[in-house]
Ligand binder design. Structure first.
Ligand code: NAD
Length: 265
């Protein structure tokens, strides 16, 4: 028996990275899943691979730009047409830009707000009523280590991720009576194209670049390595199933110990 048998989830940013692993794991745990992204070709491919494993009636892909309210309405309609209900949401889609805060162009700041912050808000707004209608369920938002502590050169991103933590708490308070639990994952550095763009290079990173990256993680992360997207997916699974039945309104750090403090060893 799977931990998500009978449940229907919408997972955003599911074409790659953490969202892809969440979709694969949730389907393996018995869920029916609508994968949504702006990257349609890889999104369709991942959905096709999951369908081969669990059956095509359990999986669907939809184009969804999380910053567009009309896209959310369309994606909700697709999920309901295919699965009849929605009782879980993973707001995972996000983008990152590096810039000194005071040098950040307004357009860049607004883009990050649009995708990371407004995208999460629109997901809650579009899907929470469906979850309520289905008798309750769960929402997992995706914040970040940088939503809870400072990190230079990711000012706009950090601001949006702090907003996601605030939104998570308020949504948990307002939706608890409707049977909806809302929590957030706050990853540190996770080995996906966002944190490691060389993964998108067909040749991969050069050995020197790979070693420089590995050395950096050995130095700053107590567990000595970046996280794997599968590890974040397991936390999202915990927050989406009955194992976390008394947990709501919380940000959960998953960072290999990075935020625990400063080590002089
Ligand atoms: P990723 O770049 O590999 O994947 C992000 C996915 O989101 C992509 O498939 C992308 O196409 C999709 N996406 C981007 N904009 C979108 C939009 N407007 N609408 C719909 N989909 C969109 O990155 P990832 O590491 O898998 O990131 C997943 C989430 O985790 C993000 O919210 C990110 O901010 C967060 N996060 C990542 C890290 C990390 O180190 N990788 C750390 C902390 C938080």
């Amino acid at each position: 028996m799977g931990k998500l048998d009978g449940r229907v989830f919408v997972i955003t940013g599911a074409a790659r990275g953490q969202g892809e692993q969440e979709a694969r794991l949730f389907a393996a745990e018995g869920a029916r899943v609508l994968l949504a992204d702006v990257l349609d070709e890889p999104g369709e491919r991942v959905a096709g691979e999951i369908a081969e494993a669990v059956g095509k009636e359990r999986v669907r892909y939809a184009h969804l730009d999380v910053g567009r309210e009309e896209d959310w309405a369309a994606a909700v309609a697709v999920a309901k047409e295919q699965f009849g209900k929605i009782d879980g949401l993973v707001n995972n889609a996000g983008i990152l830009r590096f810039n000194e805060l005071t040098a950040t162009p307004l357009e860049e700041y607004e883009l990050l707000v649009r995708v990371n912050q407004i995208g999460t808000f629109l997901g809650l707004k579009a899907v929470a009523p469906e979850i309520e209608a289905a008798g309750g369920g769960t929402v997992v938002n995706t914040s970040s280590y940088t939503g809870l502590t400072g990190m230079a050169f990711v000012g706009a991103y950090a601001a949006t991720k702090a907003a996601v933590v605030g939104m998570t708490r308020v949504a948990a308070l307002e939706l608890a009576a409707k049977g909806i639990r809302v929590n957030a994952v706050c990853p540190g550095a996770v080995d996906t194209p966002m944190a490691n763009p060389a993964l998108l290079d067909p040749d991969g990173p050069s050995p020197e670049a790979a070693e420089a990256m590995a050395a950096l993680y050995r130095k700053v992360v107590p567990l000595g390595r970046p996280g794997r997207p599968e590890e974040v997916a397991r936390l999202a699974l915990f927050l989406s199933c009955e194992d976390s039945s008394y947990v709501t309104g919380q940000p959960f750090v998953i960072d290999g110990g990075w935020m625990a403090g400063v080590s002089i060893l």
